[in-house]
Write a protein that binds this ligand. Structure first.
Ligand SMILES: Cc1cc2nc3c(=O)[nH]c(=O)nc-3n(C[C@H](O)[C@H](O)[C@H](O)COP(=O)(O)OP(=O)(O)OC[C@H]3O[C@@H](n4cnc5c(N)ncnc54)[C@H](O)[C@@H]3O)c2cc1C
Length: 472
């Protein structure tokens, strides 16, 4: 192996097109690049089997685009990179920047250790159009209000997407097997998941850079109407790009540069991409918000624990609450590793405000099952629904799961798709608690009474606020 290769460390940028860090690796090495992916247990073992299976397929697609020369190594990244640099004679490592709490800490460690060994490490670009930490208020802090963030975000220049590098010599090196990913899937499974199902999703989304492009071009043809159709889960009118964006098979810059119009659908779609960047920015400034309730006044909110609470949590996660829209969403999650945004909001709100459980239990289950699981969007999506986050829906505005079903799935199209027991129950009965159990005997009765539990949620909310006023 020649000594002039640069190591390109793939992370959340599993693509060749519009990858500025990869272009830099090619430029600085005179087109001699060793393409590496590190199976890092610290990151992989919290993923759950569905996401690991999806990652595996994304890596297979990337390896195909590299003519089979993707080098996989398993271990702690600093040790892996030092070893590979020694083996290959590489003096430089290039990677796309990571802005998550654990990723930043890891990258600091890696850069310091490798520099001491005479290997330079360069991080550039990010998985976002505008890197977290860039948009600031006049006072210089991060924005906690979406509208203010968006104004700053829109002012940032967006570079034109780059082509995939050409004429690269992909340097080969001994590689581990992708099978190793499978053995990591259960290491960090929380005890409270108990007997919940753990097999990978039976109908997961497509993976890889080419699949991302065909998904995007199909969606772009039907973009008009997105601004209202996106709320209707039965229409399937959203882009379903989130898994590709999660692993970087597609960069949001590529999507944004194709969105030149100012129609309401284009504006709305830009907004949604901006929410992803807003939450990444909030997490960048407030890393503790991934685990901690953001609003201090909501930290005192009483949540249930113990066997009955666990039983309710398991009914929710299996899609057996007796509330058809919630159950349809939770079953979509089990089957596809993905869930429609409207239903994510309703299912999350139900867990917090009708079952009185800790939002972190629900967020953990989503992180475990979603192929698009992203710490920033998930934890802040949860805190939004729980009424505890930045710019959150006020806690006292409680989604009624039956009214949400009537409004957004009036024909029961979505419920029929995912809840087998209700397939032959027409709307509106199939939208009601227990699927109007007079008609359907094998669908579960509602596990709680939503109107009573709404009142209980409001009592707990008042209690939490009162305790803050009194102080500890
Ligand atoms: C409780 C909860 C948990 C969530 N967890 C995640 C998660 O782990 N990963 C994730 O990517 N999204 C998460 N979201 C946001 C949103 O549900 C998904 O991004 C969206 O459903 C993905 O489908 P899509 O690609 O078809 O979206 P589209 O409607 O086509 O939107 C395009 C893109 O914009 C971004 N986006 C859209 N809505 C949001 C939003 N509310 N917040 C942040 N980004 C958004 C996504 O990258 C999405 O792919 C969560 C939302 C809630 C309420």
């Amino acid at each position: 192996m020649s000594g002039t290769a640069t190591i390109f460390w793939f992370r959340r940028d599993l693509r060749l097109r519009d990858n500025p860090a990869l272009v830099e690796a090619v430029r600085s090495s005179k087109a001699k690049v060793l393409a590496l992916f590190v199976i890092d247990e610290e990151f992989c073992s919290a993923a759950g089997p569905t996401r690991l299976a999806y990652l595996r397929r994304t890596l297979q697609a990337l390896d195909g685009s590299l003519g089979g020369s993707l080098v996989l190594r398993h271990g702690e990244p600093t040790a892996v990179l030092l070893e590979l640099a020694r083996e290959s004679g590489a003096r430089a490592v290039v990677a796309t920047g990571d802005y998550g709490p654990r990723g930043r800490a890891r990258d600091e460690r890696v850069a310091a250790t490798l520099a001491a060994a005479g290997v330079s490490v360069v991080f550039l670009d990010s998985p976002y159009v505008v890197a977290p930490g860039t948009v600031r208020t006049v006072a210089g802090s991060g924005c906690l209000v979406f509208g203010a963030f968006k104004r700053g975000w829109l002012r940032e220049a967006v570079p034109a997407p780059l082509d995939a590098p050409e004429g690269v010599e992909w340097v080969r090196a001994p590689s581990r097997s992708l099978d190793e990913l499978e053995h990591l899937g259960m290491r960090e499974r929380p005890d409270y998941f108990g007997e919940l199902p753990d097999g990978p999703a039976s109908r997961p989304p497509a993976a890889g850079e080419d699949a991302a492009w065909s998904q995007w071009s199909n969606f772009a043809e039907h973009l008009e109407g997105y601004e209202h159709d996106r709320e209707v889960p039965g229409l399937d009118a959203t882009s379903r790009l989130s898994p590709f964006l999660r692993f970087g098979a597609l960069h949001p810059r590529q999507v944004l540069s194709a969105l030149e119009g100012t129609t309401p659908s284009h504006e709305k779609f830009r907004d949604e991409l901006c929410w992803r960047e807003f939450y990444a920015d909030v997490l960048f400034h407030h890393p503790e918000s991934a685990r901690r309730t953001f609003q201090p006044s909501m930290r005192a909110l009483r949540v249930d624990h113990g066997p009955e609470a666990l039983e309710r949590f398991h009914c929710w996660a299996r899609g057996e609450t007796g509330y058809p829209l919630v159950d349809a969403g939770m079953r979509q999650l089990l089957e596809e590793g993905w869930m429609h945004n409207r239903v994510r909001m309703v299912a999350a709100s139900f867990l917090v405000k009708h079952l009185h459980l800790d939002w972190r239990w629900g967020a953990k289950w989503f992180m475990w099952r979603l192929v698009d699981a992203d710490l920033a969007s998930n934890q802040h999506g949860w805190q939004w629904a729980a009424g505890t986050g930045t710019d959150a829906a006020p806690f006292h505005r409680v989604f009624n799961p039956t009214l949400q079903a009537t409004r957004f799935d009036p024909e029961g199209t979505y419920v029929h798709r995912y809840v087998d027991e209700l397939r032959s129950t027409p709307a509106p009965a199939c939208l009601e608690p227990g699927g109007s159990s007079l008609l359907t005997s094998n669908y579960p009765a509602a596990i709680v009474d939503a109107s009573e539990e709404r009142l209980e949620a409001l009592r707990r909310f008042a209690e939490a606020r009162a305790s803050l006023a009194v102080g500890p």
